[in-house]
Design a protein around this ligand. Structure first.
Ligand code: KIV
Length: 264
């Protein structure tokens, strides 16, 4: 598809100060709805472990599952860029990451996402050198929930904030095309977004990032106990398509996220 979203388009949007949008999708129907709503990116997220498979965490998600759902999404031939998560333990070394990323890219991903900072520099460098664009995920990295001892806001102490900023700079230097920041204070996310040249996508990171992402099931109001940063876009919508469009429009016109969705 000729007008497909590319990394250069996203960079140009950052430069122009235009917000862009990512939404998760795991199958062809929702990929079409997300793309038709005008979201620039579809994330085939390992959140599917929770919202589709019923697990408590993303840890049990297999590479086979990610490959299967990436293939389903790609069959919709969306205009949106397809970013697929590398699941738990599939990027523990550069070679393991290359093999796993090859599978996702060959099934239709245009970029892979992995969780972590400085320790991934060599892996990111090697992936990019071999033609695999990378989105790095910092802040609350859900695959490390067992290390954190639960889901919490990251970067509230000066030490943590400094470390997230240092990681962000390092992953950019290693060649990452996008940074995703999850559950960090608004001020820290805005500071990192202004310091980096690459686009920063936020979730629970306030309004100062270059883009926003939400999990599809959250924005459709299907989640039992949604996080503070979630808005249910179904409440005023007359269809699922309308709800996704409302989310896209709210990010673009700056009406989402509000202070009530933001951590300090
Ligand atoms: O897997 C996912 O859906 C994610 C989002 C929470 C950003 O990583």
């Amino acid at each position: 598809m000729s007008d497909r979203i590319t990394t250069s388009k996203l960079e140009a949007m950052k430069t122009a100060g235009e917000k862009f949008v990512m939404v998760t999708a795991y199958d062809a129907t929702f990929a079409r709805l997300v793309s038709d709503a005008g979201a620039e990116c579809i994330l085939v997220g390992d959140s599917l472990g929770m919202v589709l498979q019923g697990h408590d965490t993303t840890v049990p998600v297999s590479l086979d599952a990610m490959v299967y759902h990436t293939e389903c999404v790609a069959r919709a031939r969306p205009r949106s860029m397809i970013v697929s998560d590398l699941p738990f333990m599939t990027y523990s070394s550069p070679d393991v990451a290359l093999a796993a990323s090859m599978e996702l890219m060959q099934k239709g991903a245009q970029m892979v996402k992995l969780e972590g900072g400085t320790w991934l520099s060599e892996t990111i460098h090697q992936l990019v050198q071999r033609g695999i664009p990378v989105c790095a995920h910092l802040g609350l990295t859900p695959q490390s929930v067992n290390v954190f001892g639960g889901y919490r806001v990251m970067g509230r102490t000066p030490k943590e904030a400094k470390s997230i900023l240092a990681d962000a700079v390092e992953i950019q230097d290693a060649g990452a095309s996008i940074l995703l920041l999850e559950c960090v204070p608004e001020e820290l996310a805005a500071d990192i977004s202004s310091k980096l040249d690459i686009p920063v996508i936020g979730i629970g990171a306030g309004s100062g990032t270059d883009a926003q992402v939400l999990v599809l099931h959250d924005l459709l109001g299907l989640t039992e106990k949604p996080a503070k940063f979630v808005q249910n876009f179904m409440t005023e919508a007359d269809s699922v398509q309308d709800a996704i469009s409302r989310f896209v429009n709210a990010v673009k016109d700056g009406s989402y996220p509000q202070a009530e969705h933001t951590y300090r």
